[in-house]
Design a protein. Structure first.
Length: 460
C-alpha cells in the first residue's frame, strides 16, 4: 500500500511539472516577440493610376521582421509573376519599386490591370509559418499628359517684381497644378469656370535668374511643363553701409532683445544686435511668409485692384531691396547684414494709415522688429503689410473696405523715427511696392491680362 501511494505521488508530481511546463510554454508563445501575431502591412491605395513608365512604389512594414514577398500582375486574361524575393533578416520596413514587365505576356492595350501582393513576416506564429498579408490593387492605365494652354500673361517681369498669367489646364485625372519659379511653387486659383486658372507670381529681388513654368501632373504621374514667355528685366538694388552707434544698441536693440526670452540673456551689445537684426528678423519674416502664403481654392470671378496709397502725403525714407551692411566703429568692422524688403513712408507723427483695397485682416499684432503690424489678404495671393504702427485699428478676421483706416504710424519694432514700413507680398515673396503704387502698371500687367483671357474664355 505504501509503495502504491508513493507511486501515485510521483505520478502527480510529474503531471504537475508537465502542466506547469505547458502553462509556461504557452505563456512564452503568447508573449515572446518571436511569436507575435500581427500581420505585415502593405501600404498602397486600393485603386491607383499608372503610366507604366514610372515604377510603382510599394511599402512593406512589420513590427517584427519582413520575410518574403510575391507580386503577380494580371490584365484580366493572363497573369505573370513580376517579382518575388526574401527580405534581409531583421528588416522591418522596405519600399519596393515595381516595374512593368518587358515580356509580351500581358496585353499592352489593356486599360485596367490588377496587382496581387502577398508578404510574410519572420514570426514563429502559425506553426512557424509566420503572419501573411494579401492585397489586391486595381490599376487604371493612363498614358496621356495633361493639357496646358496659356491664354494671357503680363508681357514682362522685373527682378523683384510681380506678373500675372491666366491659362487653361485639363486632365480627367489631374492631380497637381502650380507655377514653378526656381524652387518656389506658386499656387493657382480657379478662374471664371472649370479648367481655367489664374496665378500671380513673383521674381525674388535677390535672384538674378528667372524662369517661370506651369507644371501639371496627373494621378498616373504624367507631367506637362509649359514655360511662360515673359520678357525679363534685371535690375540692381541699393547697397548701404550703416554705422551702428552705442545709443542705438543700448536703447532700441536692448529693448527688443529684452522682450524676447530667446535673446534676453545676451549681454554683449554686438552679439545682441546680430541676434535682433538677423535671427529675430528671420523669425519675424518667417511668420510673415507663412501668413501670406495662402490663396483661395474657390473660383475667382473677378479681381480688380487699385493702386496702393497707404499714407497721405507720405515721403519716401527708405526703398525696397536695400542691401544693408552694418559696421561698428570703423567701416572695416562689419558686424551684420540684412535686406530691407519694404518701402518706408513718413508724414506727420501718428499719421492715419488707410488700405486702398478691400480684403481680410490675417494678422494685427506685434511682430518683433516689425512692431505693431496689420496684414491684409487682398485675394489671388496678394497681401499688404504695415509695420511700426503706434496704434492698430483693426483686428484679425476683420473684413476691410477700400479707404478704411487700419492703423497709425509709429516707432514700434526696429524703428527710430515715426514712419510706415509698407510691404507687398505675393504668396510669401516680398515684391516691389512701387509697381502696386502705379495705376498704369496695374492696368498693363493685371487688368489687360484678365481682359484678354476673358475674351478667349467667353468669345462673343
Amino acid at each position: 500500500m505504501r509503495n502504491r501511494s508513493s507511486s501515485n505521488s510521483g505520478f502527480k508530481i510529474i503531471i504537475g511539472i508537465l502542466l506547469v511546463g505547458i502553462i509556461v510554454g504557452a505563456g512564452y508563445v503568447y508573449t515572446a516577440p518571436e511569436f507575435e501575431r500581427e500581420s505585415p502591412i502593405i501600404e498602397s491605395q486600393k485603386n491607383i493610376f499608372w503610366n507604366r513608365t514610372d515604377p510603382l512604389k510599394l511599402k512593406f512594414t512589420d513590427n517584427f521582421a519582413l520575410k518574403h514577398y510575391e507580386l503577380i500582375l494580371s490584365d484580366g486574361v493572363k497573369r505573370i509573376m513580376i517579382g518575388s524575393g526574401d527580405f534581409e533578416k531583421t528588416v522591418k520596413e522596405q519600399t519596393l519599386l515595381v516595374h512593368y514587365p518587358k515580356s509580351n505576356t500581358l496585353n499592352k492595350k489593356a486599360k485596367k490591370l490588377q496587382l496581387s501582393v502577398s508578404v510574410d513576416d519572420n514570426s514563429m506564429w502559425n506553426f512557424f509559418q509566420g503572419n501573411k498579408t494579401l492585397k489586391t490593387i486595381d490599376i487604371q492605365i493612363d498614358h496621356k499628359r495633361p493639357t496646358i494652354n496659356i491664354l494671357a500673361n503680363s508681357y514682362s517681369i522685373t527682378q523683384g517684381g510681380s506678373a500675372l498669367v491666366v491659362f487653361y489646364a485639363e486632365d480627367k485625372n489631374l492631380d497637381t497644378l502650380h507655377v514653378e519659379v526656381g524652387d518656389k511653387e506658386f499656387k493657382v486659383q480657379p478662374y471664371k469656370k472649370e479648367g481655367y486658372f489664374a496665378a500671380l507670381i513673383a521674381w525674388p529681388f535677390n535672384k538674378k535668374d528667372f524662369d517661370a513654368k506651369i507644371v501639371a501632373t496627373d494621378k498616373a504621374n504624367n507631367k506637362r511643363i509649359t514655360e511662360i514667355p515673359f520678357y525679363l528685366k534685371n535690375r540692381s538694388y541699393k547697397v548701404s553701409w550703416i554705422r551702428v552707434k552705442d545709443k542705438f544698441l543700448d536703447g532700441k536693440i536692448t529693448d527688443l532683445a529684452s522682450a524676447d526670452p530667446e535673446y534676453a540673456d545676451i549681454t554683449d551689445k554686438i552679439e545682441k544686435f546680430v541676434a535682433v537684426n538677423e535671427k529675430m528678423r528671420l523669425k519675424n519674416e518667417e511668420k510673415i511668409h507663412i501668413l501670406s502664403s495662402g490663396i483661395s481654392s474657390k473660383i475667382l470671378d473677378k479681381w480688380k485692384i487699385k493702386k496702393f496709397y497707404p499714407l497721405k502725403n507720405g515721403a519716401k525714407v527708405a526703398s525696397y531691396g536695400d542691401e544693408r551692411h552694418y559696421y561698428y566703429g570703423t567701416k572695416d568692422n562689419e558686424v551684420s547684414t540684412s535686406y530691407h524688403v519694404g518701402y518706408d513712408l513718413a508724414s506727420t507723427k501718428m499719421a492715419v494709415i488707410k488700405t486702398s483695397n478691400a480684403g481680410k485682416v490675417v494678422f494685427s499684432n506685434e511682430n518683433g522688429i516689425y512692431g505693431n503690424m496689420p496684414m491684409i489678404d487682398h485675394g489671388l495671393g496678394l497681401y499688404s503689410l504695415y509695420g511700426h504702427c503706434s496704434q492698430l485699428l483693426v483686428k484679425e478676421g476683420d473684413e476691410v473696405v477700400a479707404g478704411q483706416a487700419i492703423a497709425k504710424t509709429g516707432i514700434s519694432g526696429l524703428a527710430l523715427g515715426d514712419h510706415l514700413h509698407f510691404g507687398i507680398l505675393v504668396q510669401g515673396i516680398e515684391v516691389r511696392p512701387v509697381e502696386w503704387f502705379d495705376s498704369e502698371w496695374i492696368r498693363k500687367n493685371i487688368d489687360i491680362v484678365f481682359s484678354k483671357a476673358d475674351k478667349i474664355i467667353f468669345p462673343s
